[in-house]
Design a protein around this ligand. Structure first.
Ligand SMILES: Nc1nc2c(ncn2[C@@H]2O[C@H](COP(=O)(O)OP(=O)(O)OP(=O)(O)O)[C@@H](O)[C@H]2O)c(=O)[nH]1
Length: 344
């Protein structure tokens, strides 16, 4: 605008040069629009570098146009994020060198179309503001990109963690989580003595169910049972996991023997209430589960050294007895009395 109103004939050179550079920016936009991103960014950088150089040649470094080299450095960070550190340093050094060359080469007395004071000072102020604003915008966009990448990474990690902890068929926790939870709860109880129960739950005659109704119906049946078992639990600290094929396990911190028995019966009833027909079962007309419960009211120091595996084994033995006794029932076996406070 200055060239146009001040003395258009005098500044024709810089005016035409700027027009050419603007035309190249339009080409950059077109290339970008056509998906030729790499060519577009190279042309953009080349054009911007040349424009700063040529404009400074016409109107002198006093106008501060070469300050835009610093802005170009920030654009470079934004556009070439996977640049090797040595290349990156080399290109930064190139911008620094260009700045120094322009600064010392194009003084007021050596340029083609010098701008008089105070206009050259006004232009300098404009260049400082423009360069700083653009620098800020690009650094902000870069920061935003990093934040976005971090958010995506966190989401992906959460997704992977959920995936590795979840049984895909039922959506329940898997055996890995069960083992970890058992170990954690046991360690906590050793520090802060209290009660704990473990329940094992196995679907009766499930092989016959699969044979009679097909594998898909078997899968659906397991999903329904998982939902029913989940519905019985109300404490956030309770954990229900799929232990194996048609076997489920529960860890119930803070639940004593009586509580374990009570919950075991609730679980059995919940599955029976589903009333899923099982024509091949000689236990009942519908799908049922056998339940083994074990627990202890107090984890004393002498108990703690025997570990939580013993508790799981006890619940498994109780389940075995429930099967042997005719299925569709709950059997309780206490943690071996010699190790509990009651047995001391
Ligand atoms: N549909 C389906 N079946 C499964 C899955 N996991 C295990 N099974 C089946 O569950 C059956 C378990 O059979 P068994 O261990 O003999 O036990 P059962 O037939 O339930 O007999 P009892 O436990 O003695 O009452 C096998 O046929 C497995 O193939 C699963 O994810 N989906």
């Amino acid at each position: 605008m200055f060239y146009f109103f001040y003395d258009f004939a005098l500044y024709l050179g810089v005016f035409v040069a700027n027009l050419v550079f603007i035309a190249v920016y339009v080409v950059v936009l077109l290339l970008n629009h056509r998906g030729r991103y790499s060519v577009a960014r190279n042309v953009l950088l080349g054009n911007a570098c040349s424009q700063v150089f040529v404009v400074s040649y016409f109107i002198s470094a006093g106008a501060g146009v070469h300050l835009f080299y610093f802005t170009l450095a920030s654009i470079l960070v934004f556009l070439f994020q996977s640049l090797h550190v040595l290349k990156y340093i080399a290109i930064m050094a190139m911008f620094g060198t260009l700045y120094i060359i322009v600064h010392f080469l194009f003084s007021q007395s050596f340029v083609a179309e010098p701008v008089p004071s105070p206009w050259v000072d006004i232009m300098y102020a404009g260049s400082v503001s423009g360069a700083l604003t653009l620098l800020g915008v690009f650094l902000y966009l870069f920061r935003k990109q990093i934040d976005q990448a971090e958010d995506e990474l966190t989401l992906n990690n959460q997704y992977l963690e959920t995936l590795s902890n979840t049984d895909p068929l039922t959506g329940l926790a898997n055996r890995r989580v069960l083992d970890d939870t058992l170990a954690q709860e046991w360690a906590r109880l050793v520090r802060q003595p209290g009660a704990m129960s473990v329940i094992m739950c196995d679907v009766d005659h499930f092989k016959l169910f699969n044979d009679r109704y097909g594998h898909d119906s078997g899968d659906h049946c397991l999903q329904q049972i998982a939902t029913a078992l989940k519905g019985v639990l109300s404490r956030p600290s309770d954990l229900l996991a799929r232990y194996g094929g048609e076997e489920f396990a529960l860890v119930l911190p803070g639940t004593d023997e009586a509580g374990g028995r009570y919950l075991g019966e609730k679980l059995r009833e919940a599955v029976e209430r589903l009333n899923i027909p099982h024509a091949k079962s000689n236990t009942a007309a519908c799908v049922t589960v056998s339940v083994g419960v074990s627990g202890l009211d107090h984890v004393s120091p002498d108990v703690s050294q025997h570990g939580v595996d013993r508790l799981l084994k006890c619940a498994d033995q109780a389940l075995y007895q429930a099967k042997a006794n005719g299925r569709n029932q709950v059997v309780f076996l206490p943690y071996p009395s010699a190790y509990t406070r009651a047995g001391q």
